[in-house]
Ligand binder design. Sequence first.
Ligand code: GSH
Length: 264
Amino acid sequence: MLELYQWELSQYSEKVRLILDYKGLEYRKIEVTPGIGQVELFRLTGQQQVPVLKDGSKYIADSTAIAKYLDVEYPERPLIPTDAKQRGLTLLIEEWADESIGTKGRKALFSAISQDSNLRKSLLPTSTPDILKNLLEGVPSDLLTVLGLGVGYSPDVIKSAIADLKQDLEALTLLLADSPYLTGDEPTLADFAVAGLSILLKFPEGPYLDLPPAIRGKGLPILAENPDYEPFFTWRDRLYAQFRKPLPGIVTPGIDAPTSITIE
Ligand SMILES: N[C@@H](CCC(=O)N[C@@H](CS)C(=O)NCC(=O)O)C(=O)O
């Protein structure tokens, strides 16, 4: 069976999970422990980021490389159209989504969690021991701001990320105004990239991620609750309902959800 080395909260992992579900491929999730687990990942793949897909004895790192690998090895339900214009648009949107929504979404979420200790605690996977949750909840906002500054997330950086994300959501809403998917009548890699990378702006409504049910459908109020972007999130809900498999334990007739284990 395919194995996905991942983080439940990772947007790039979510992009791959959407693609695997769309293609109807069974897979096992392997939750990589930040730090120690990444050392093991480095040993296996020569790099330390998630997602990594394991197919037999092959390891494929990077969500874009994984998407392209899957399209070659499992060509049913193709992700990249053959028509030149649609192919070009798909590749362009995918690359843009990785760079814009992916990286800026993280910065914007950082601003939200540094201001809200409950959100900080509730973002941890449900399997996180209470002792760790309580520890994280107790980290003062000031310290997080300092940590944020340490990795380049100054208030100005966050402000400009949010302004860019607003423009991104406006553009996506316009693109979806008269077509069901971003590049036309069929879903492509562009749709799965945008949908997966946008989870930190607003968590999916349904039971798709191993996160406390209370935060489903919640996100950065300035984006998630803005009526101008509602058509975008409605489109994403529809894409999830059509293609994303719910978590195990959630009974949906005819759908098998992936199994999951953790590596340390
Ligand atoms: N270009 C990579 C980006 C992956 C990425 O940024 N992964 C993050 C999690 S969302 C990560 O592993 N961060 C840990 C690190 O950089 O050490 C892809 O498309 O897969």
